[in-house]
Design a protein around this ligand. Structure first.
Ligand code: FES
Length: 202
């Protein structure tokens, strides 16, 4: 073997070794037993209050006017600061279910609000209302979410152990005028869940 050949072999080996190290690092980073919920930038539950569901047009969502099988992005908790309010962990898909999944009732039971942070690698998913879809889909690696429960049923997020297969959610209620409100959330896996980490189904 010439001097040049042995240099080439050594270079390739080093590159392969680095690739392996990278793969091992990725596997460790996403190991399911690590309590990632503690590190996520979730808001402090203690300061949260009941607030209106504010739609992108600035109005409050109402059960009498919001269309069935439709979703909008809402911000919670909103700070009033435009930059802070753009943070991914404050973004929720506010969904009125299709009629066949219970969306026809003019009360809060027709609605869902799930964190948009995908439980796989934290891309933002969204609801697709088209016939044959009617589900949440993540554009990055194809995880799909049940719009009634927030549980992943396909793709990599569906293979993760509970609670990391079910999205954090917000609880809501409607007042006598039909206006919708978000009840104060408690960001722990046994309550509303932890954004980017998940929620136990009770
Ligand atoms: S980040 Fe959503 S499927 Fe990977």
């Amino acid at each position: 073997m010439s001097q040049g050949d042995s240099t080439k072999v050594a270079t390739l080996s080093r590159r392969d070794f680095l690739k392996l190290m990278g793969a091992a690092g990725t596997a460790l980073t996403f190991a399911p037993f690590v309590p990632w919920g503690k590190f996520m930038p979730n808001p402090d539950s203690a300061k949260l209050e009941k607030v209106p569901v504010i739609l992108p047009d600035g109005g409050q969502a109402n059960v009498n006017t919001f269309p069935t099988n439709h979703a909008e992005v809402i911000t919670y908790p909103s700070t009033g600061d435009r930059v802070l309010d753009e943070e991914a962990f404050r973004k929720w898909q506010f969904i009125r279910l299709p009629e066949e999944l219970g969306g026809a009732k003019n009360d809060a039971s027709s609605f869902r609000a799930f964190s948009m942070v995908c439980l796989h690698l934290w891309c933002l998913w969204k609801y697709w209302p088209q016939e044959g879809r009617k589900r949440g889909e993540c554009p990055c690696h194809g995880s799909m979410y049940n719009p009634m429960t927030g549980t992943a049923f396909a793709g990599p997020a569906s293979l993760q152990a509970s609670p990391s297969n079910t999205l954090a959610k917000l609880d809501m209620e409607a007042d006598s005028k039909g206006d919708l409100w978000i009840l104060p959330a408690k960001f722990s896996p046994n309550d509303n869940g932890v954004v980017g980490y998940g929620r136990f189904i009770k």
